[in-house]
Ligand binder design. Structure first.
Ligand code: NAD
Length: 361
């Protein structure tokens, strides 16, 4: 298979961690007989330096012509970088917001995986985390409270603010379908999270999710109220496979879930649209404090590349191979500095990439 991949190396540690993910992808290509073709795309500070803007129309068009985009991270130190002297619409982050919109990326996927080897970094009690956990938070990204009408007015001498939480059935249906599709590739369980005891938008959410579930008889669906879900995530995270939820609930729950896994350098993510297209990136930022030192953890980006193989190219075996190689490297005790603990062997960014690529089978 020819994989037509757009690559946004970005700023800070972006180029360092993306280089390692490309190394692993190339090894997967060699082992499984695929060719990875890369189109380099400039975005964020790197684009400002060359074009004066964080994202050009040409880059948007080039990204659209790829099957998927792998990204490092963009942005710099807001206190010292000249990029932040520019008006907000010309700063690095504006490029990211625009590309998400241009590519209609409405579904955000954030896996929260606790590897048994890293459970020391987890703030939960050992009896809860024994054996690790592996869940996927699927958050609607382009609707709901953050995109609804809002206004602040004075009514009878009292300042009053309104934010509206709106979803139509089509928006719910498309994310629900994506959630069930993803569950079919995992342990076939969807927990749909809402606040249906109070909100109309949640009652419609629940109704549409139930309709969609009829098309996926192999998948078990359960509903959970968001307040209960927030508790269950720390009480019994092993119970979850795919958590499907709307924008604001997902914003909060995905941060909660990622905190219980330990290091930011391990957290991958994907944003998908209605086609197989996706933008894959680590959850962390450009880490200007460690950029250029060769010590960043490339695993989140490498795992994002695995997600890309699974969700944009349907190459499940190849994605498994990357995930298993990461597990093996951790099991053998290799660590970058952010996940280092006593008795383990510390390696730099490049060595971590070499080790993972070397264990692709
Ligand atoms: P950050 O995630 O870049 O860094 C927070 C801390 O985590 C730092 O100590 C950093 O060294 C560490 N860290 C992050 N990734 C790591 C990795 N792979 N390996 C080891 N350590 C890692 O967050 P920040 O400092 O708040 O933001 C820095 C810049 O990144 C800002 O310009 C911000 O806007 C940008 N940002 C970009 C994205 C994105 O591109 N999607 C996301 C978040 C932040």
């Amino acid at each position: 298979m020819n994989l037509n991949i757009g690559v946004i190396k970005g700023d800070g540690i972006g180029p360092e961690i993306v280089a390692e993910a490309m190394k692993v992808l190339d090894q997967v290509g060699k082992t499984y007989g695929h060719t990875c073709g890369y189109t380099q795309l400039l975005m964020g500070g790197a684009s400002i330096d060359v074009h004066g803007v964080p994202l050009t129309d040409e880059t948007v068009a080039a990204a659209k012509s790829c099957d998927a985009v792998l990204m490092g991270s963009i942005g710099g130190d807001a206190k010292t970088s000249p990029w932040y002297q520019l008006e907000p619409s010309r700063r690095p982050e504006a490029g990211l917001l625009r590309i998400r919109k241009e590519l209609n990326l409405f579904a955000n996927l954030r896996p929260a995986v606790l590897y048994d080897e890293l459970k020391g970094a987890c703030p939960l009690k050992e009896e809860i985390t024994e054996g690790g956990f592996d869940m996927m938070i699927m958050r609607e990204l382009t609707g709901g409270l953050y995109f609804g009408e809002r206004r602040t007015v004075e009514e009878d001498g009292v300042m009053t603010a309104y934010d509206s939480l709106t979803y139509n059935e089509n928006e719910i249906r498309r994310i629900a379908k994506r959630g069930f599709d993803i569950a079919m590739k995992r342990r076939r369980k969807v927990t749909s999270v809402d606040k249906a005891n109070v909100l109309d938008s949640s009652r419609l959410w629940r109704k549409v999710v139930e309709e969609v579930a009829k098309g996926y008889p192999e998948v078990t669906l359960e509903h959970m109220l968001v307040d209960n879900c927030a508790m269950q995530l720390v009480k019994d995270p092993k119970q979850f496979d795919v958590i499907l939820t709307e924008n604001m609930f997902g914003d909060i729950l995905s941060d909660e879930a990622s905190m219980v896994t330990g290091s930011i350098g391990m957290l991958s993510s994907a944003s998908l649209n209605e086609t197989k297209f996706g933008l894959y990136e680590p959850s962390g930022g450009s880490a200007p404090d460690i950029a250029g030192k060769g010590i960043a953890n490339p695993i989140a980006t490498i795992l994002s590349a695995a997600m890309m193989l699974r969700f944009s190219f349907d190459l499940d075996k190849e994605a498994d191979a990357i995930e298993q190689a990461v597990e093996r490297v951790l099991k053998e005790g290799y660590r970058t500095i952010d996940i280092m603990s006593e008795g383990k062997q510390q390696v730099n960014t490049e060595k971590m990439g070499d080790l993972i690529a070397g264990y692709i089978r």
